[in-house]
Design a protein around this ligand. Structure first.
Ligand SMILES: [Zn+2]
Ligand SMILES: [Zn+2]
Length: 361
């Protein structure tokens, strides 16, 4: 399908930072943009869009007023913690946070108004933030804000959220647990790994029962097991759900080079995931696909993963194919047979418990 894919970015995203020694470094977003420019990606099919910051009323779609005021106050002070010990305060963090949230709202608007086919906001995907607290480097939960914004302004009901970050999207799950919004979340789980939630038995409650789908992955899970679970679980559930829009949190800290997570995906898996979700968006939701960033703590690897994803969903032809092929990983980590067995057991359980709720035989 023709149509432009938006890369949504503002230099104010660089203010979303927690200090020079913190693992979260917004330079990765700038690096992704630079890499795409150097590949000649912005050649008609892809375009750069600059968002406005979110307004306070947008933040209140997912957060309590006292918390928003607290972040503002701390941001002027520039000292202490929003949440101890992961999420320290930095001077101007509020401005950075409303800039990246504004990017997600703008990406949603561009897609919903049909101005672009797909949109990527590398500053978004802050899935740990909760109504009254920051958590895990996330100040405001732009995913839930986007869901509320889309529901309110466009009357859309069937929203699917796919989260492939190496960590469980606990903030998103918490806020949407009782609602029939499809949430499929792949993440490392077990051995006290952060944040500790996201077991296969957390399936939602009330009207949301069966709409929370967790795919916990053991340490060392690689491409083959991940893509197996993706094909077996995410694809049939999305087809059964028939979303009107797909929001994908595309954190890339499950990459084998990531210093924090301990999963073992490669660029090839990220290309495959992007290609599948892109095809599903055209099949199911008229192409409406909003992709957000998320984790990723080795900035050069993050830039490569996101650039590959963006080239794939926008279907741009890189000017220099040979140079493009060189940004893929040359190395393929060994997959552990025991982690594949564990993933197979999880998939089996989801098919038994969740699939009947969606009428999948
Ligand atoms: Zn497309
Ligand atoms: Zn993460």
């Amino acid at each position: 399908m023709p149509g432009v894919t938006a890369f949504v970015y503002h230099d104010d995203y660089q203010k979303y930072q927690f200090g020079p020694n913190h693992p979260f470094q917004p330079i990765r977003e700038r690096l992704t943009l630079d890499l795409l420019k150097s590949l000649g990606a912005f050649n008609g099919k892809a375009k750069l869009f600059e968002p406005r910051p979110a307004r306070e009323e947008d933040l209140l779609l997912a957060h309590k007023e006292e918390y928003v005021s607290f972040v503002k106050r701390m941001s002027r002070l520039g000292l202490g913690y929003l949440e101890f010990p992961d999420t320290p305060v930095s001077l101007g963090i509020y401005d950075g946070a409303i800039s990246v949230v504004g990017g997600t709202i703008y990406a949603s608007d561009l897609v919903m108004r049909g101005e672009v086919a797909h949109a990527f906001n590398p500053g978004g995907g802050l899935h740990h933030a909760k109504p009254r607290t920051a958590a895990g480097f996330c100040v405001f939960n732009d995913i839930v804000i986007a869901v509320r914004h889309i529901q309110r302004d466009y009357g859309i009901k069937r929203i699917a959220i796919l989260d492939i970050d190496g960590h469980h999207g606990d903030g998103t799950q918490l806020m949407l647990y009782r609602e029939p919004i499809l949430k499929i979340d792949f993440h490392r789980y077990g051995d006290f790994f952060y944040p500790g939630t996201g077991s296969v038995d957390e399936i939602g409650d009330d009207g949301g029962k069966g709409y929370t789908i967790n795919i916990p992955l053991p340490f060392g899970t690689g491409d083959e097991a991940f893509l197996y679970a993706f094909d077996q679980v995410a694809v049939p559930l999305l087809r059964a759900f028939q979303p009107e829009i797909i929001i994908q949190q595309f954190g890339v800290d499950a990459h084998y080079g990531d210093p924090l997570v301990g999963l073992a995906l490669t660029t090839k898996a990220y290309e495959t995931i992007a290609s599948k979700i892109h095809a599903l968006s055209h099949e199911l939701s008229d192409g409406r696909l909003v992709i957000l960033g998320g984790g990723g703590y080795d900035p050069p690897s993050v830039a490569r993963c996101w650039a590959i994803m963006f080239v794939t969903i926008s279907e741009v032809e890189p000017q220099d194919r040979e140079r493009y092929s060189k940004i893929f990983d040359a190395y393929q980590p060994e997959e552990s047979p025991s982690s594949f067995e564990a993933v197979k057991a999880t998939v089996k359980r989801i098919k038994e418990v969740i699939f009947p709720i969606h009428g999948i035989g």
